[in-house]
Design a protein around this ligand. Structure first.
Ligand SMILES: [Zn+2]
Length: 299
């Protein structure tokens, strides 16, 4: 989703609330988060099971921050395909943040999207939240829930092919609206028919590079996805049931694979941040600290 879609989305929200066309749709993000919790190892499972409901709700918070008017939009994508980033694999875009700013300037960098660096930032927030358990921080459980949800969100977005292209809504190929048709309408129509089998998790050590690599893999799926959309609507003027049946038949494997990979990546980033924090035992709630009276020193 991009700025040009925000106004349209806002109108759509008013007319057909609570439907949304943001990122993976709300339903898909929640589905991914719920299934990712199932993949966590025994040391982490009880905590994340306890907070399952909150995590599943909060995983869409970053999209809500965007609606709240914050400068949040660029965190959700990279527009691979714009001329200044060159051809695949887009090595013209430095992965090191300072180098990227130096090369392009902040305005251009943000216009093209900063998802990998936002992912790294939230991964760091999550690691520090985990570190709070060893320090008996009263905020450790709440911070862990917040930052696990946020870090998960951006990495899940990176798996959506249309978050990795400058043709993010098919607007360059007369396929406007394909973004929501793929990530929201298609998922919600066919969720019950999906077979989504996440692979084994691998703890993430470098969230920035994982995000870059995920976006590159996503970008490779853009052309097949757009081709499927074009073929499914050929000879028709309405995106009706027949269109969605055809579209689903053509992109089913892409949808199932990216959902499965999103689940694995979500669990992998939580475990990776926990490992980097020194694998602290998690507590559902922290023991209440006994506060001492603080008297100013007299001299
Ligand atoms: Zn998003």
């Amino acid at each position: 989703m991009r700025k040009t879609l925000i106004a349209l989305t806002a109108c759509a929200l008013i007319v057909i609330a609570p439907s949304s066309a943001l990122a993976w749709g709300i339903a898909a993000h929640r589905y991914i988060m719920a299934r990712a919790i199932d993949l966590l190892p025994a040391e982490l499972k009880p905590f994340f099971e306890h907070y399952r409901g909150e995590l599943v709700l909060r995983v869409v918070d970053p999209d809500m921050w965007r609606n709240a008017g914050w400068d949040e939009d660029p965190n959700h994508f990279v527009d691979f395909g714009v001329p200044e980033l060159g051809p695949y694999p887009f090595t013209a875009l430095p992965r090191e943040y300072g180098s990227a700013i130096e090369k392009f300037g902040m305005a251009t960098l943000r216009r093209n999207g900063v998802l990998p660096w936002r992912e790294a930032e939230e991964f760091g927030n999550l690691r520090r939240a985990f570190e709070g358990f060893a320090k008996n921080s009263a905020f450790a459980p709440a911070d862990t829930v917040l930052f696990a949800a946020a870090a998960a969100h951006y990495l899940q977005d990176a798996h959506q092919p249309l978050h990795a292209t400058n043709n993010y809504d098919g607007q360059l190929t007369q396929q406007n609206g394909v973004h929501a048709r793929f990530e929201t309408a298609l998922f919600e129509r066919f969720e019950a028919k999906l077979t989504v089998n996440p692979g084994p998790l691998a703890p993430i050590r470098n969230p920035r590079d994982v995000a870059f690599d995920t976006l590159l893999a996503s970008h490779q799926l853009v052309d097949p996805l757009l081709k499927a959309d074009k073929e499914a609507i050929a000879g028709k003027d309405t995106y009706d049931d027949e269109y969605f049946e055809k579209f689903f038949a053509k992109v089913r494997s892409i949808l199932e694979k990216r959902l499965a990979d999103s689940m694995t990546a979500t669990a992998s980033l939580i475990v990776g941040a926990w490992e980097q924090a020194g694998k602290p035992p998690l507590k559902i709630e922290m023991p209440r600290a006994v506060e001492k009276v603080r008297t100013p020193k007299s001299d």
